[in-house]
Design a protein around this ligand. Structure first.
Ligand SMILES: [Zn+2]
Length: 323
């Protein structure tokens, strides 16, 4: 199946765009993170993703919204579209496109393994696979998730005992809710930023229990754990007596604490690590793999080393010459 990297992933044979950056005639949105989401003339997404997008920005008048639950089929004149759980954030989906030319699976952003707030990623077979590879280098191997959760809770308790305010820096959609669920299991009720609250309300509407919490009003954080998106941290400067930790797969980089300007870094990721990426590719059993988003050339090279037909979508692919 012909695949182009042009305004997101473009499938010219069936007139479809997957995660288009600009308004497209028919766009499938894999999940509600702002670098993937947008309103299109016909917008196809899971009901949860659609609600998360609405919470950020209402759809313009005159467009068609297709809310497609996981594993149900939507048919256009040239393709059958099925959304498969991606395990990345609530509502996130991989996109299976089936046409007369064959089948294609686009992973969007995905994570394998257990999450407390979204359905685990599934794998389906497809002739062509377009996979993300944010952490597509072998040095990115995340520790067991329970170990990371214990370290985060331990950090919060330690800072509280020392009379300071623990601040967890996490994106308002996905990571923040996963943290709320982790803290809730330990009986910790956090104070959350308003942007986190807006996204959490959609989780609650869809029945995801994030435990008790309060919305930050600028004063009510004494003796509480705070969850704040990194782009709102300027408001923390006036607080004093805080200790901050960033939650990111990039915490595996030795310079993470310096790069994020925080006290600690924990590798809580909503993406697959290198080993999970390989497992996923192997399970899909595609004849041709394209890599997008991240270490595209390096990861395509790793797949070719394993005997697969793999290319970075959008060029490159010279790495095997260097091996
Ligand atoms: Zn994402």
């Amino acid at each position: 199946m012909e695949v182009r990297l042009r305004n997101g992933i473009h499938l010219p044979g069936c007139g479809l765009w997957l995660d288009p950056k600009r308004k497209a005639p028919i766009g499938v949105v894999s999940h509600a993170h702002s670098d993937h989401a947008g309103w299109h003339e016909v917008t196809i997404a899971t009901p949860a993703t659609m609600d998360l997008m609405r919470a950020r920005k209402p759809p313009p008048a005159g467009i068609t919204l297709v809310e497609l639950p996981y594993r149900e089929i939507f048919t256009t004149d040239r393709a059958r579209i099925t959304l498969i759980p991606a395990g990345h954030v609530f509502g996130s989906a991989q996109v299976l496109v089936e046409t007369e030319e064959g089948s294609l699976l686009y992973t969007g952003d995905f994570k394998r393994g257990e999450s407390l707030t979204c359905e685990a990623a599934a794998s389906v077979r497809a002739g062509t696979l377009v996979t993300e590879c944010t952490f597509g280098r072998s040095r990115y191997a995340f520790p067991p998730i329970e170990e990371t959760r214990k370290r985060i809770v331990g950090f919060c308790n330690r800072v509280l005992i020392e009379g300071e305010t623990p601040v967890l820096l996490a994106y308002s959609l996905g990571k923040a809710q996963e943290l709320m669920a982790i803290l809730s299991r330990e009986g910790i009720s956090p104070v959350i930023h308003e942007s986190v609250a807006a996204m959490s309300a959609v989780y609650a509407k869809h029945g995801v229990d994030l435990g008790s919490h309060m919305v930050w009003n600028g004063r009510n954080h004494g003796g509480r754990v705070m969850i704040i998106p990194p782009n709102a941290r300027r408001r923390l400067a006036a607080l004093g007596n805080i200790r901050s930790a960033v939650l990111s797969g990039w915490a595996l980089n030795a310079d993470a604490v310096y790069r994020y300007g925080c006290d600690e870094a924990f590798p809580l990721s909503d993406h697959a690590d290198h080993g999970e990426l390989i497992e996923h590719v192997e399970e899909v059993c595609a004849r041709r793999v394209y890599t997008v988003h991240g270490f595209t050339e390096e990861f395509a090279g790793d797949l070719r080393y394993l005997g697969m037909d793999a290319l970075a979508l959008g060029g490159g692919n010279q790495l095997e010459l260097l091996r």
